[in-house]
Each structure stands twice: as structure tokens, then as C-alpha cells.
Design a protein around this ligand. Structure first.
Ligand SMILES: Cc1ncc(COP(=O)(O)O)c(C=O)c1O
Length: 465
């Protein structure tokens, strides 16, 4: 086979070499990012039908390219406005994200620095800084000095990775004791656990035993005990949720952790959303028991003011987790040893240094600024709860605990909620979606943005009269 070189007018290095055109392109991209980052009043925006996007933005992929200016203009004028602004103060659906300016700015630096952060060999500086953040979080959560882990893509991969490590630990324990493995492994979680826990069980082909939550909406040890007794050694993990996605309340982790005296299981705490609030001393008692976790997750892209995508995954015994996750191959032999390779702790190999935007923002502002911003979200959510309580047409589903306000509009069915939600978005008043609780349609505000105000949300509530 003979490979010919590119034609003289089209040098193959034209995308990589310095040139006036490429410099201008970098300037334009940085200028756009700068404007977007410091502009205070970014609109909420809304999705566009595909046919509209096809009309305005198709044909961008051609043999010779459309040029940097046209591509950036297409993004700025057509594609970006067709994406919701997640950190808009009135984006209150799902679990939003409100990255600090420092974390967004530093995300640009991470991209510009061409760091591979899967291994210590290639990214020791980045991995060291990420580990400083993981250490600080582990201290906040009362985990032991040897605790550690890695930043992964999100709560879904965090939960999956933790459960894979849990099952592996149980398999190894069975092997060490010469015992026969059960026909099926079982993970216990609550009916209110995040969908990603069931998804992880599906991927792992393990069974899920669902424990009922109490009248207060949380999982208690009393509901877990009978399932531990029923499934015995087949149970490799129990998942407690520190901050339910739908209602924003915290499972009774202490009562679940207390069962460790009676039964042998791995306790995984899914704090993807809520564990940020454990940084507040006044709310820390709600999280009692998390210090007994064998693994836990918290997503900085949810309520620790970092950009997508980042989940901090921590293990009590990271070296055990490493046995479950380290990939082995001739070309990876070089990485074997005691170095801290983030790829050894999760379902991942190549990775960007996704913990660095949080590191930079934390290093810049200090933990105190984080506590203040989280506290403001809790304050605003609780005040909104008061406004809901004061209106006869509205009813709280539960008392707000962290920063989710879940409530119903009396007399409304799913259709009314959906129509109202669409109207809010059409009028750019806010992004709030319909949810459901025990089969009944409800709606909810999730406040993770310290710029969300009681006044702004009250304007939304006014539209429900
Ligand atoms: C409690 C909880 N766990 C896990 C997840 C999944 O996180 P991600 O969307 O980052 O995968 C979420 C997402 O909202 C969550 O609220």
C-alpha cells in the first residue's frame, strides 16, 4: 500500500501549526467565552424543533470546512440559544447546576493544558490537586485518612463504580473463605433511590431488593433489616440516599449504618445531590452515619458549583476498590505499582482532569465561600416553602429539608402541570417540570444556585393561581 502526501496547498499540519488564521480563531473563541462568562443576564433559552435547527444549522460538516468564524457564529446565534442555560436562576427543574465563575474559567484552562488525568505517570500534578479536593471532602464526611477515590463523569458512573467495587469485595471475601457464591447477588435500595442505582444493577446483572420508605419519605434501618435477613449473604451492598432527587430529603443513614453490627454489607451513600449540604455544620446531623460508608458519591456539577461533568467518588478502602477496577494489558503494564491512577478506581480509563475546575474554585475562594453559597440555597428553598404554605391553592408534599421544594397545585392533573410548565418556558419565566410522587403528579423547585431569589420563584408561583 502506498500512502501519498497531502496536496501542497493543504498541508496536513494546518489544524495544528501556528498561523494568523488559527490565532484569530483562538482569539474569537476566547472572546466569546469571556463575553458568555461575564454577561450577567444570559437568557434561559429553550429547545428548538429539529426541523428549525435543520433549516438554520445544517450543512456544517463539509470536506473543506465552513471556517472558524462561520462555525462560531452558528454556535452563538443558533445552537447555543437552543440549549437551556442551566445556571439561570430560574432553571429549577431536575437538579440544575450553577458553576462558580472561577470553575468555569478554569475549565478553559483544563482544556488548553492537554492533560491526560487517567494516570499519575501522565497527570501527576492534576491528580495531586484532585486528590487534595477528595481529601477535603473525605474529612468533611468523617471518612478515615486512607479514604480516597477519583472524579468520574457523574453520579450514574459513580454509583455503578462503587457497586462494582462492593460486589468484587464480597466475591473476594467468599473466595478467601472458600465459600460458594450465591446464585444471584442482591443490592438493597429504597423505592426512592435514584434511577441510576437500578440501572447499575441492570448493567451488573444483579437483583434489586426494594425497601419501602417510611411515612416521612426516608429509608430507615427497620425497613432494611428484614431484607438483609431474607437475602443473607447474597446482599453485597445497601444503598442509602443522602438527598433524594425528587423530594430533597435525607435517608436515615445512621440507622442503616447501625445494622453493620448485625449484618455484613457494604454501605454505599448516594449523595450526588445532597452531600454538598453536609458541609453546613447546622445540617450535618441530618447526615449522621455517612462516616460509616464504605463508599459515597457527591456531584460537584450539582451543588458544589462546578461545571459538568464531575462526580467525586470516595472509598473507605481505595486499595480494595483498585482490585475491582484496574484494567490489565501489556500496554498498561507501565502503570502498575503504587501510583495513584484515577483510572484504577472506577469504570473509566481515559479521563479529563474533571476535578480541576472545582479544585481551582475551592483554592481560590476557600470552603467558607462554599458553605455560604450552599446555605443561601437552603435559606431560599425554605422561604419558598413558606410562600407555598401560605397559598391556599398549593400544598407541600414534604417539609423542605435541603433545597428542594416539592409541592402540588390542588385540583391540577398531569395535563395542567405540563401545560403550565410549557407556558413558563415559552414566556421565559422559568424551567420547572412535572414530577410525580406515589403516582400523583406534583412539581418541584430544586435550588442549587445562590442567585435564585425568593422573589423570582414567587413570580413563578403567581402563575399557578
Ligand atoms: C441522588 C442522585 N444520584 C445519582 C444521580 C445521577 O447523577 P448523574 O446525572 O450525574 O449521572 C442523580 C442525578 O440527579 C441524583 O440526584
Amino acid at each position: 500500500m502506498s500512502i501519498s502526501s497531502a496536496s501542497p496547498g493543504h498541508p496536513p499540519q494546518r489544524m495544528h501549526d501556528h498561523s494568523p488564521d488559527l490565532l484569530a480563531m483562538v482569539d474569537n473563541v476566547i472572546d466569546y467565552s469571556r463575553r458568555r462568562l461575564i454577561f450577567d443576564d444570559v437568557p434561559l433559552d429553550k429547545p428548538q424543533p429539529e426541523r428549525e435547527l435543520r433549516r438554520l444549522a445544517s450543512g456544517s460538516i463539509t470536506e473543506d470546512g465552513i471556517g472558524a468564524r462561520r462555525a462560531l457564529a452558528m454556535f452563538e446565534n443558533v445552537l447555543a440559544p437552543a440549549c437551556l442555560t442551566v445556571d439561570h436562576p430560574e432553571f429549577l427543574a431536575f437538579i440544575p447546576s450553577a458553576p462558580s465563575k472561577a470553575s468555569i474559567a478554569f475549565d478553559l484552562v483544563v482544556s488548553a493544558s492537554s492533560v491526560y488525568a487517567g494516570s499519575w505517570l501522565e497527570g501527576s500534578g492534576a491528580v495531586f490537586a484532585e486528590n487534595e479536593v477528595l481529601r477535603a471532602l473525605a474529612d468533611e464526611y468523617g471518612m478515615p485518612p486512607e479514604a480516597g477515590g477519583a472524579f468520574v463523569q457523574g453520579g450514574t458512573i459513580g454509583n455503578l463504580s462503587a457497586l462494582v467495587a462492593a460486589r468484587d469485595a464480597r466475591r473476594r471475601a467468599f473466595a478467601a473463605e472458600g465459600r460458594e457464591r450465591p446464585a444471584r447477588w442482591v443490592v438493597i435500595c429504597s423505592e426512592e433511590s435514584h434511577s441510576s442505582v437500578r440501572s447499575a444493577a441492570e448493567v451488573m446483572d444483579v437483583d434489586v431488593a426494594v425497601a419501602e420508605v417510611d411515612d416521612d419519605g426516608r429509608l430507615h434501618g427497620e425497613a432494611v433489616r428484614p431484607l438483609l435477613a431474607e437475602h443473607g449473604d447474597a446482599v453485597f451492598a445497601v444503598v442509602a440516599t443522602a438527598g433524594l432527587t425528587n423530594l430533597g430529603i435525607v435517608d436515615d443513614v445512621a440507622s442503616i449504618a447501625a445494622l453493620k453490627g448485625e449484618f455484613d454489607f457494604w454501605l454505599h451513600v448516594d449523595g450526588a445531590y445532597g452531600l454538598a449540604a453536609a458541609l453546613l455544620p447546622e445540617l450535618r446531623p441530618l447526615f449522621a452515619g455517612i462516616e460509616a460508608a464504605d463508599s459515597l458519591i457527591v456531584d460537584p456539577h450539582k451543588w458544589l458549583f462546578a461545571p459538568f461533568d464531575a462526580c467525586a467518588l470516595l472509598y473507605r478502602d481505595p486499595l480494595g476498590a483498585r482490585l475491582a477496577h484496574t484494567q490489565k494489558a501489556g500496554y498498561l503494564d507501565t502503570l502498575e505499582g503504587d501510583d495513584w491512577n484515577p483510572s484504577d478506581f472506577a469504570v473509566q480509563l481515559s479521563r479529563r482532569a474533571r476535578g480541576l475546575p472545582l479544585w481551582y474554585s475551592l483554592a481560590t475562594h476557600g470552603l467558607g465561600a462554599y458553605r455560604d453559597a450552599i446555605r443561601e440555597c437552603v435559606r431560599v428553598a425554605h422561604e419558598i416553602g413558606e410562600v407555598v404554605r401560605s397559598r391556599p391553592e398549593l400544598e407541600l408534599v414534604v417539609e423542605p429539608e435541603l433545597s428542594v421544594v416539592a409541592f402540588r397545585r390542588l385540583g391540577w392533573g398531569r395535563a395542567e402541570y405540563d401545560e403550565w410548565s410549557q407556558r413558563l418556558l415559552d414566556e421565559q419565566l422559568g424551567f420547572v417540570t412535572t414530577s410525580s410522587h406515589r403516582g400523583e403528579p406534583i412539581t418541584r423547585f430544586a435550588v442549587v444556585n445562590p442567585r435564585t431569589s425568593v422573589e423570582g420563584v414567587t413570580r413563578i408561583l403567581d402563575t399557578m393561581r
